[in-house]
Write a protein that binds this ligand. Structure first.
Ligand code: URA
Length: 435
């Protein structure tokens, strides 16, 4: 078999067979097929697309290009959750303790933040002493005993995707539905859970800017999951403005704690209840989502979800007293209000730019090696649809460097559009995709 012939085949719109896809992925992972041939193939796929079967084969071949986690040693149905990424997305911090407090086990490998979106591990490391660098034995033990563990990605999951994603990133071939779906699902399948709940974001802070594209991506991923024998459900949620109010690591951790105490922002609580309900149903702890939502609500009001977070932090070396006394977290040295420059409704928020403000302040990573400042970020006091009067506080900025804080402030204001007309209210949850 020759890569040259496969490029011609795909270029002319024909479907590749499983053997051909296996040859291509193995050859590329092993360094036998060079980047320039794979780039040509990716561009051919970009223009000609892949059918459902090819997309599944590509996913499965990328999944088995590295380690595949075996979670069968842990009793019960293990449910994983994945977000396509967004601004202020602290969902796992509140959702996972809620779900675990209802009896569904979560064994998760997570990553750090890169670019304008944050990462769960960085947020968890806001708790002094907390570590995701634990042994696989400890990981399993924590899940058995406490129902939760999150470890850093030490095993090489789907290395073919890692290499291919880096190539797509520089050859303008990222935004193809089959390629995105297979990239995400190959990693999720390799992570070993029995069921997968996906949070597919749409809007100006999301990868999929248009709702119809988010539905199409969700549909592709759900089909792959089903064909791979894993129950997969996708929730399409709004990312046209930051989730909740807080953007920035410690600020988001505090907001997640507030939410577990029943005082969280409405949109964030809705998202946790919706995703959590599907996780409980997939984990066979509830018969339907209404029952599941009630169970989740109950673990918030009883304090069990908060307690679960505290046990989880402790089980990985962290100081759990911060869960009950969040005022102990470090604070930025500059904390200033941002005032509305004019009267009007906030009609649009460039959400990605709000994520960039946190990056400018030092809260995000420009490269994998960058150190991040956990204390900086923004708290929005007003959101889309709110009326503001000139001079009224609309956000609070947290910074440690005067110049960077001024830049972020000005970029924040430029990211907002004010209007005399109240914008139409959009549903926060846009829909659910499942088989
Ligand atoms: N996230 C991924 O993991 N892969 C893609 O292709 C796009 C977003």
């Amino acid at each position: 078999m020759r890569m040259y012939d496969l490029i011609i085949k795909k270029r002319s719109g024909k479907a590749l067979t499983r053997e051909e896809i296996a040859f291509m992925i193995k050859g590329f992972t092993d360094g036998i097929i060079p980047d320039y041939q794979m780039s040509a193939m990716m561009m051919a796929v970009y223009f000609q697309g892949m059918n459902e079967e090819e997309t599944l084969f590509l996913t499965l071949e990328m999944e088995k290009s590295g380690d595949v986690l075996d979670l069968s040693g842990i009793d019960g149905i293990k449910v994983d959750k994945h977000s396509t990424g967004g601004v202020g997305d602290k969902t796992s911090l509140a959702l996972i303790p809620m779900v675990a407090a209802c009896g569904v086990k979560v064994a998760k490998m997570s990553g750090r933040g890169l670019g304008h979106t944050g990462g769960t591990i960085d947020k968890l490391e806001s708790f002094p002493g907390f570590s995701t660098e634990i042994s696989i034995e400890q990981f399993f033990k924590n899940v058995e005993q406490n129902g939760i563990s999150i470890m850093g990605q030490t095993k090489e999951l789907a290395p073919a995707d890692k290499k291919l994603y880096a190539l797509r990133d520089v050859t303008a071939t990222v935004d193809n539905m089959s390629l995105i779906a297979s990239s995400i699902m190959s990693k999720k399948l390799a992570a070993g859970a029995d069921a997968i709940v996906l949070d597919v974001k749409t809007g100006s802070g999301a990868f999929m800017k248009k709702t119809k594209d988010a539905f199409a991506l969700a549909g592709e991923m759900v089909k792959i999951g089903k064909n791979a024998g894993k129950e997969t459900i996708a929730v399409i949620s709004d990312m046209d403005q930051p989730l909740g109010s807080a953007v920035g690591n410690i600020l988001e951790v505090k907001e997640a704690i507030r939410t577990l105490r029943g005082n969280g922002p409405k949109d964030f609580e809705t998202l946790c209840l919706t995703l959590g309900a599907h996780m409980l149903v997939a984990g066979k702890k509830a018969a339907h989502v209404e029952e599941a939502e009630k169970m989740l609500y109950d673990v918030i009001t009883s304090g069990k979800a908060l307690e679960k977070l505290a046990r989880f932090i402790e089980s990985q070396g962290g100081d759990s007293s911060y869960v009950y006394e969040p005022e102990k977290f470090d604070k930025a040295t500059i904390i200033e209000e941002i005032k509305a420059p004019e009267n009007g409704y906030i009609s649009r928020i460039n959400c990605e730019e709000i994520g960039n403000c946190s990056l400018v302040l030092g809260g995000g990573r420009q490269t994998k090696e960058s150190r991040i400042d956990l204390t900086v970020g923004l708290v929005l006091l007003k959101k889309k649809g709110d009326y503001v009067t000139k001079g009224e506080s609309i956000a609070v900025i947290h910074g440690n460097d005067g110049e960077k804080t001024e830049i972020a402030k000005s970029r924040f204001l430029n990211a907002l559009t004010f209007s005399d007309v109240k914008p139409e209210e959009e549903p926060f949850i846009k829909g659910i995709v499942k088989e």
